[in-house]
Design a protein around this ligand. Sequence first.
Ligand code: PEP
Ligand code: MG
Length: 757
Amino acid sequence: MLDAIASARTILTRLHEVMASRSAAQAKLNTVVDVIGGGLDSEVCSIYLLREGMLELFATKGLSQDAVHVTRMSIGEGLVGTIAGNVETLNLAEATAHPDFSYRPETGEDKYHSFAGVPIVHRERAVGVLCVQHADPRRYADVEIEALQTVAMVLSELISSAGLVDEEEAWGLTAAQSGPAQMHGLALVKGLASGVAVFHQPRVTIEHTVAEDTEAERQRVYLAFDRMREQIDKMAAQAEFGGGGEHDEVLETYKMFAYDEGWKRRINDAIDSGLTAEAAIERVQQHTRMRMRQIDDPLLADRMHDLEDMANRLMRTVSGQLGTAASKGLRQDAILIARNLGPAELLEYDKRRLKGVILEEGSLTAHVVIVARAMGVPVLGRVQGLRGVVREGDELLLDADMAMATVRPTPALEEAFNARFARSREKQAAWAALRDVEPRTKDGVRVTVMMNAGLRDDMPMLGMTGADGIGLFRTEFQFLVSATLPARERQTRLYRDVLESAGDKPVVFRTVDIGGDKALPYLRHDEDGDEENPAMGWRALRVALEREGLLKAQARALLEAAGGRTLNVMFPMVSEPWEFDAAKAVFDAQLKWLKGQRKMLPQEIRYGAMLEVPALAEMLDVLAPKISFLSIGTNDLTQFLFAADRANPKLAERYDWVSPSILRFIARVLKNVEGKGVDVAVCGEMGGRRLEALALIGVGVRRLSITPASVGPIKELLTKVDTREITEAMQGWLANPPASMRAELVAWAAQRGIDCD
Ligand code: PEP
Ligand code: MG
């Protein structure tokens, strides 16, 4: 039997010379079939390439030369068409016995029995076929097939650098990835957008396939494996901060692949056959892809995505192309594709070009989704198999209102989408027209509708939406977008700018809420070991009170920025009243110091707390006298009430905000502070959704702080709601909970012609 590795290597060395030669593309191909045929000891060696949608015989050793550029097959036709169509290898002892065999007399192939063919793959598509034939009826050995596959890989470089591949065509072969496809998911941020697909972690393009120095290539791969293992271990250690939102299960799988010696060995073998490190990784990946295609198991397909991720990571490490798509910059309107993202990663993208996001994971209250909502970027989440269907550069129509996206749309689909887009813009315009209208219910109750913000860039939305103020300014966003801890002066500048652009409208600054899924690489607490439950761990006020310097600097920045104005300060994740006292004491001390310095002080300071830890609800009698306002953070509150991690995609749809437990809880909080001079608002994502807002009005909530895009829709909703009616209905449901509160509310709204979508 032939020593496949050695012969592949000899062939590769010869191919390298051919590629480097100055001869014309056709002459090169003619030499190539001779080299491969000779190297593999094969009677026939032929290359078919895709031209104008057909696979055309471009060069052959052994078949009739008259057939060159004459014999053509369509995709799926004959053995060659089948190989290209399915991107699969065929290894047949008797070619004519295969059901797809199609006889081409002009080739003179009658005397040959055995046949082996492999696809020539470019950008994951077959752009041609390389095949060998023998008179002797025998199946080829696995090692021979592998040698063929390795050679096909190098051929793909040759034919693409020789301009023999039509890039457009190269994109359009595999049925699953060529025609239009619709993907369904969970609407995380509603809205419509169109643009080209951009992968957050771009694929590496392989520049060279043939190695000049095999040992050097081997060392590169070994080094990359070491680095990748380090990265994965680090990610696993940081999982308590939920860095990129990767979850334990995924990390476990990543780890399994990263430490898979079999994978490493296969790559090593491919390097032995003469490939560069990048080509070897891709070669092994192609092989795995081909094998996986034959297995129809969704679980395995998922694992395949994980392996693709890892191979991509390894490839990026080897080639040094480590940046995300953000670092390369977006060149046109883009829809970002990722498994998951962290909020800071999203913020790195150019807001003008980033039109939408599609994630394989994601949940409604994950911070990346909150950031996207604040940026006005629609997000579709929980799209299974996303990265198997969409390719970099594909046209995408994202319709998060319908919880779906269309890739490679036909003109008819595009037309329908554009019509919906236009209608949605009309709706937006109608909401925008409510800008100067005071939010009042049908029965004249004034509801305070404020907006949530976190960055300077969010401020223009205050004027555009006509919101009553900023009910939640997430100061940690400035920390998230910085590479280092923002200096006090920078904080002061931001707060001052925010207050200035808000004018007479109030702004509630929440002190930093770091931790959970808002990780700061420069602020770790390694010395305390890893956290099992980061959302319930070292985060928000707990961090701020321990790192007193952090809170001190922020207190000073806020107090100075609000000189001569009213300062509203709110503390996140207060679990017991003493934490509020401790945080306020930091402000008091700073205030005293500023007084001593004769600096301009705020005219008034109003303190408040977030109510997001259920325990605090039991202590409101103690807390209420100390505070001016309370803001119910339903994002965290729900995760703690239901013991359901807000960032866990598996739980994204499990519990409903419109549930008796949450609504009863909120009603009780309102009752407990009634008449105590405490303003109570809801500032979680729940308040920005129409049906949920209706439920909140029903339990007595009269202050909302919501995402800017929801201000118009909520104002419009209010005009249709009679508070007396919804209060009565809600009291009935809460006293006697129906099987589905949501269904009751939907029916109730529909009867009154209230659109709650
Ligand atoms: C909340 O928990 O509801 C909230 C508004 O805060 P964040 O989403 O920033 O945790
Ligand atoms: Mg919170």
